[in-house]
Design a protein around this ligand. Structure first.
Ligand code: SAH
Length: 216
């Protein structure tokens, strides 16, 4: 379903210059975004816009997801941690990029969303590469650390220290940081004990709520 709409979205993202990586564009051409949305929203899935996924949360616009994936340079075989599973769409794209041999761990604090995402991802055949964990992702997921890539799909007041600690040497960490209304998308590269930060521009994400994030 929606094969043509999905193909057109990929072409638009490339033509507008949002995404240039063939690997990312191919992944976006494969993952059925409509399967991750609540029932009635299917027809909107291939518009380049954020959409509500229930529990007051949103799935980012495809161009934002694509730009984040491209900047993180996710490659086959990598171990990646996502904080903020939401619908599971972004995680599915990461799963496409780390195959073969890689692994994706994704953490969601709202049980209802986590369970729904887990069911969708298993149904679509990502069960072997991907694990959905329901907990406070501001603590990371120490049992599987270190990760070559970590990204946070919600905005915090700062960079949670556990995430820095769980980042592999040479790894990259992406997180929107700032106030509740608007944030700066920060990309951090680790070399040894040095963490070099650069800004990717202004963004708007839902709040990261937890021990090393905002209070509820
Ligand atoms: N990547 C998602 C969209 C994420 S929306 C997708 O592709 O659909 C951000 C998500 O972060 C929300 O589901 C929210 O519940 C979750 N979140 C917020 N704080 C969190 C925390 N501390 N740990 C884990 N998930 C968190």
């Amino acid at each position: 379903m929606y094969e043509r709409e999905r193909k057109e979205l990929v072409i638009r993202l490339r033509n507008r210059g949002y995404v240039t990586s063939d690997a990312v564009l191919e992944a976006m051409g494969r993952v059925p975004r409509h399967e991750f949305l609540p029932g009635t929203m299917g027809p909107l899935a291939y518009e380049d816009t954020p959409l509500p996924i229930g529990q007051g949360q949103t799935i980012s616009a495809p161009h934002m997801v694509g730009m984040m994936l491209e900047a993180l340079d996710i490659r086959p075989g990598m171990k990646v941690l996502e904080i903020g599973t939401g619908s599971g769409y972004h995680a599915a794209l990461v799963a496409e990029l780390v195959r073969p041999g890689g692994k994706v761990f994704t953490v969601e604090r709202i049980e209802d969303l986590g369970l729904r995402a887990r069911a969708t991802l298993e149904r679509l055949g990502y069960g072997d590469v991907l694990e959905v964990v329901i907990s406070d992702g501001t603590n990371g997921l120490p049992e599987h650390a270190p990760y070559e890539r970590i990204f946070v799909a919600a905005a915090g007041p700062g960079v949670p220290q556990p995430l820095k600690e769980q980042l592999a040497d040479g790894g990259m960490l992406m997180i929107p940081v700032g106030g509740r209304a608007v944030q700066d998308l920060v990309l951090i590269t680790r070399s040894g004990d040095r963490f070099a930060e650069r800004s990717m521009g202004s963004v708007v994400f839902v709040p990261l709520i937890g021990e090393h994030g905002y209070r509820e």
